[in-house]
Write a protein that binds this ligand. Sequence first.
Ligand SMILES: Cc1cc2nc3c(=O)[nH]c(=O)nc-3n(C[C@H](O)[C@H](O)[C@H](O)COP(=O)(O)OP(=O)(O)OC[C@H]3O[C@@H](n4cnc5c(N)ncnc54)[C@H](O)[C@@H]3O)c2cc1C
Length: 291
Amino acid sequence: MRIVVASDPSNLPKLVGAAKSLSPEVIEAISTERVSVPVDKLVIADLRLNDCWTDVLSEREFDLMLLPSTRDFKEVGARVAARKGISYLSDAQELGLSGRLAATRMVFSGRGVEKLETSLPAVVTIDADSFEPVSGEPSSVDELGVSCSPKVNLIERKEREAEVDLSKAEIIVSVGRGLKKKEDLEMIRELASLLGAEVACTRPISADFKWLPEERHVGMTGVRVKPKIYLAIGISGQIQHVVGFRDAETVIAVNTDPDAPISEVSDYFVVADLYEVVPKLIEEIRRRKGS
Ligand SMILES: Cc1cc2nc3c(=O)[nH]c(=O)nc-3n(C[C@H](O)[C@H](O)[C@H](O)COP(=O)(O)OP(=O)(O)OC[C@H]3O[C@@H](n4cnc5c(N)ncnc54)[C@H](O)[C@@H]3O)c2cc1C
């Protein structure tokens, strides 16, 4: 079996790890930079646009093509599969091979797992973090000159200045719609600062109210975090939010509603008004710190 793996350099070692787990005869990897991965052939090509990736990948011969499940590669994968008239499967987390390709993927925001099977050849996008990275030297390296005339032209690409990397935070104080007005964020910030924590939020707080920047919203469409402590204040605990902190070590929630769904995923659930609890916490921490 011949597997072609194509990816940005950062995800390539995990993609190659996924390919190796299927014990193919040949692995060819395509990326934009040289990466130390143990493949039969590494092809380096200056590919920046989805149109160009689609053109180059559609010309490859393979039984299975693996791409990362990013927004761009999901588009590219679907286009390659459509051009070749072969199967396309997205967001795979486990792969197996016994004649047909078997895969699992998360559904309903992590509440369920779907098992799928497809014939080969196929294009599959995978959740790179579900696979162990591998390293080693490629047996051969090729530079591919690309002549691509994209229909969409890239005018400018700017890196977003990330204010914070929540995925690395050890303590997170996260706030939801239980907060009545933007000014009340000050007491949340104060509590976070006393705890040496980062402030995070639910999607309505960032996307609808714009009280906090998008990179602070946790959940399915936001950041996945794994802090030691996740303090959820005035958050109902809808599944789209909960998937974002399910790897937290300890979850403490404050909510006026004793039946709020967050009670089911909390280690400590405080049924109380945040406007009483937060000032008391601030006062108590200050007292203990002597400040
Ligand atoms: C496709 C899709 C993707 C989504 N992705 C995300 C995502 O990535 N992240 C995300 O967060 N959401 C996401 N959502 C939205 C999600 O479904 C919920 O609507 C959202 O998480 C609810 O936010 P909340 O808990 O702040 O608000 P609410 O659900 O309104 O909950 C507010 C809570 O505050 C409590 N409360 C009220 N007053 C007080 C008080 N004084 N003291 C203490 N508690 C109080 C209430 O009892 C309630 O439980 C998504 C939705 C869709 C459809």
